[in-house]
Design a protein around this ligand. Structure first.
Ligand code: PRT
Length: 137
């Protein structure tokens, strides 16, 4: 790795040390705290939630699109930054909807060991056919 690359990646490397998935649980607690406080003067989360569910969901969509764009053009560093924005806004969606992270972790755990291909094949096909969808394979 060249010296200049090392300098650019240094803040990310520092952030990685001591960081793990539990950070989402802690982030949820902070955002839930902000929701309860309703302090729109000092908290971005409280301000966003005060704008209503549709706005909260819209922001998640915007961040998802930004992440998709960076990933599609292969901009690795920007994809990391946009991923963090996306996860933060997903946590705001959960808080707004009254969903605890444990519910999502539970669903992920339930799916562990089940192949996505096998799961899709086991879905009832009638509903999709009745809806007349033309999804790409
Ligand atoms: N991880 C984040 C985080 N990521 C992004 N953002 C903010 O999200 C906002 C996104 O900006 P945008 O311009 O896209 O959105 P917007 O300001 O709603 O503007 P519009 O789309 O409405 O025009 C910026 O203000 C970012 O700073 C975040 N704000 C907070 N957090 C975390 O949430 C914690 C609580 O933050 P507060 O609620 O502000 O106390 C913080 O300690 C952080 O850990």
């Amino acid at each position: 790795m060249r010296k200049a690359e090392k300098r650019i990646l240094a803040p990310l490397t520092t952030a990685i040390e001591g960081a793990e998935a539990g950070i989402l649980d802690r982030l949820w607690e902070v955002v839930e705290d902000r929701r309860r406080s309703g302090d729109t003067m000092t908290s971005h989360s409280a301000r966003l939630i005060a704008r209503g569910t549709a706005k909260v969901a819209q922001k998640l969509g915007e961040e998802a699109v930004e992440c998709v764009i960076e990933a599609a053009i292969g901009n690795r560093k920007a994809t990391v930054l946009e991923s963090a924005d996306l996860l933060y806004h997903l946590v705001v969606v959960w808080v707004d909807a009254g969903i605890r992270p444990q519910e999502v972790w539970g669903e992920l755990a339930r799916r562990q060991g089940i192949s996505g291909i096998a799961e899709k094949a086991s879905r009832p096909q009638g509903i999709l056919r009745a809806a007349g969808t033309r999804k790409l394979p």
